[in-house]
Write a new protein. Structure first.
Ligand code: ZN
Length: 138
């Protein structure tokens, strides 16, 4: 069977990172599915999903390294067309990806002890984010 729900939350803008492991785990419990997968998808092209050890150091390091790899700049093609200052946001979000799939075994997320699920806001302004959580299995 397949179970689907969405969650919504606000972000404060660029570099804002949220831990969403609890919300995903609750969706899995709600679904009643014991073995299968959960898929999490960020709607929008300037937000990213992934796993990390969610602790203050890495919470700072990940957005920082992304800004070094893909720095804010007015020279990107996107900027030349749209002039909205968020080309790096699109590129960073695409690099990390908008979704994640986690296996479920015996009704629980199969994550490492030091592995949490995060959402990273890459856009430059505060946003309201909607994530679609799809749980499938039996
Ligand atoms: Zn843009």
């Amino acid at each position: 069977m397949t179970f689907q729900k969405s969650i919504t939350f606000s972000t404060s803008g660029h570099r804002d990172m949220h831990e969403i492991t609890k919300e995903i785990s609750e969706a899995v419990s709600e679904s009643g599915i014991q073995n299968g997968i959960v898929h999490i998808f960020n709607i929008g092209s300037t937000g990213a999903i992934g796993t990390i050890e969610f602790e203050p150091g890495l919470k700072r390091d990940l957005p920082e390294i992304l800004d070094k790899l893909i720095p804010p700049s007015r020279k990107y093609g996107h900027e030349q067309t749209w002039h909205d200052g968020n080309a790096h946001s699109h590129l960073q979000a695409t690099l990390l990806g908008p979704s994640l799939t986690v296996p479920i075994q015996n009704g629980k997320l199969e994550l490492g002890i030091w592995q949490q699920i995060f959402h990273l806001e890459c856009d430059i302004k505060p946003r309201t984010r909607k994530l679609i959580i799809t749980v499938t299995g039996e």
